[in-house]
Design a binder for this molecule. Sequence first.
Ligand SMILES: NC(=O)c1ccc[n+]([C@@H]2O[C@H](COP(=O)([O-])OP(=O)(O)OC[C@H]3O[C@@H](n4cnc5c(N)ncnc54)[C@H](O)[C@@H]3O)[C@@H](O)[C@H]2O)c1
Length: 324
Amino acid sequence: MRLLIPGGAGYIGSHMVRYAQERGHDCVVLDDFSTGHEWAVKDCEILRVNLLDHDRLSQLLKGRHFDGVIHFAAKSLVGESVKKPDLYYRNNVAGTLNLVHMMRSNDVNNLVFSSTAAIFGNPVTDRIAEDHPKNPINPYGQSKLMVEHMLRDICSANDFNATCLRYFNAAGAHESGEIGEVHDPETHLIPNVLKAALSNKSSLKIFGDDYPTPDGTCIRDYVHVTDLAQAHLLGFERMQKNKGFSAFNLGNGDGFSVLEVIKGCECIANNEIQFQVDARRNGDSAVLVADNELGLRELNWNPEYRDINDIIKSAWYWHNSEKC
Ligand SMILES: NC(=O)c1ccc[n+]([C@@H]2O[C@H](COP(=O)([O-])OP(=O)(O)OC[C@H]3O[C@@H](n4cnc5c(N)ncnc54)[C@H](O)[C@@H]3O)[C@@H](O)[C@H]2O)c1
């Protein structure tokens, strides 16, 4: 298959490109490198363009055939989205609308879209299934939910297929140690804990230890980035038979607290990790864990990294690699 991958130079997108290449697919990366990295992409054509640049996008994509698009390009910092909502709605919603417009004018009708658990807002059930109420509590989550609504309507009105995959917490790295997670600023727990393990002066902060959880810290669901890539290709294959709009929650279905993750990292790094407890952050729910039954069944998804320690080990390997 020939796949266009917007956001393919970012953390999850670059793992998607590797995964697809390893299975013989031809990938073209489209990225403006606002948060992506050139070193993360190899052996494929790169289209350097911002999705908001309608004219250049049209020029670059005109007349080109793709079997489909796997779309990761977005801004995804919750705090930044609260401060700059217009940036998030423009980049994530208008950018996706431009992309879909280009796809339709080039007769490319299959899209897999990176959505997020942030569309659900505060959970009202222990595990979050696809039909859980959707009340995002920040502009980032809102922008992704808007795209989901937009895609549902476009699929109903046209011969267009979209699969939205709502990830919980992506984590881990490619087994080669050549690519892994690098965000600036890094807001994700595992890379920050592992960086603290490698540094003499740890400035690691955890936010709140008075949540209604067994150890008082927030509980999250971590899903390995290669398992996410697997789910995207499966989502793509499923769309060949199941036309129209679909959405699946992608998580491991198990939750781990911040302190459990720190303990796991200490064991793997063989080092005691110092941290400070800070106040709770606005908008952090106590527990966010996926009900992943529908995705496992419908996508035929078979995640390899079911144990949190294996996810941490793969991230640790990346953090110790020369490339990181
Ligand atoms: N990392 C997670 O845990 C997580 C969880 C849920 C959902 N997501 C979603 O997954 C996707 C990928 O996340 P990530 O962690 O890899 O982020 P990332 O920032 O590493 O990657 C995003 C990529 O998109 C590119 N990009 C952004 N806006 C663009 C634009 N307008 N035009 C062209 N390129 C643009 C960036 O340069 C970057 O390469 C995002 O859509 C994010 O919302 C991530």
